[in-house]
Design a binder for this molecule. Structure first.
Ligand code: GCU
Length: 137
């Protein structure tokens, strides 16, 4: 099963900046969310097939306080994902949730829900885990 992914630094960023001062990221950097409610990163995943996918967010949080975000698909179906401390800004971990994607372009937006903003965001990877659904909508 092919993994589909997008680097956070190539996603659509609102209230955040691309940085590269903490080692261990993939690609050319990571997104440092502004420390405000509502800062966001919107990823585009072009799925080969519709169906249930594991969405895996790679992140770092050098604090001891969770940085939860609200994740939507094409603006709907909000699910909260917790990003607890990883011990250091150079220690990168992953959090995964299941989402049913559709074939083609899927907009996955991760929006900070606390005044601390989101964690430092490295990339999003999607892997099909259920049966492929290629029926026309
Ligand atoms: C530090 C760290 C940043 C991080 C920020 C934060 O400034 O260097 O990479 O984004 O804390 O708390 O959000």
């Amino acid at each position: 099963v092919p993994a589909l992914e997008q680097e956070a630094e190539n996603a659509t960023i609102s209230q955040g900046v691309v940085e590269s001062n903490h080692a261990g990221f993939s690609g050319t950097g990571f997104v440092n969310y502004d420390n405000v409610i509502g800062s966001s990163v919107e990823y585009t995943i072009n799925a080969d097939s519709g169906g249930e996918h594991d969405l895996t967010f790679r992140y770092a949080n050098g604090t001891t306080i969770d940085r939860p975000v609200s994740v939507t698909l094409d603006g709907a179906g909000a699910q909260t994902v917790s990003f607890p401390g990883t011990g250091a800004w150079t220690t990168w971990q992953t959090r995964t949730l299941k989402v049913t994607l559709h074939a083609g372009s899927n907009k996955i937006k991760a929006t900070a829900t606390t005044a601390n903003g989101g964690p430092n965001a490295d990339k999003l990877t999607a892997v099909l885990t259920g049966p492929a659904d290629n029926e026309a909508p």
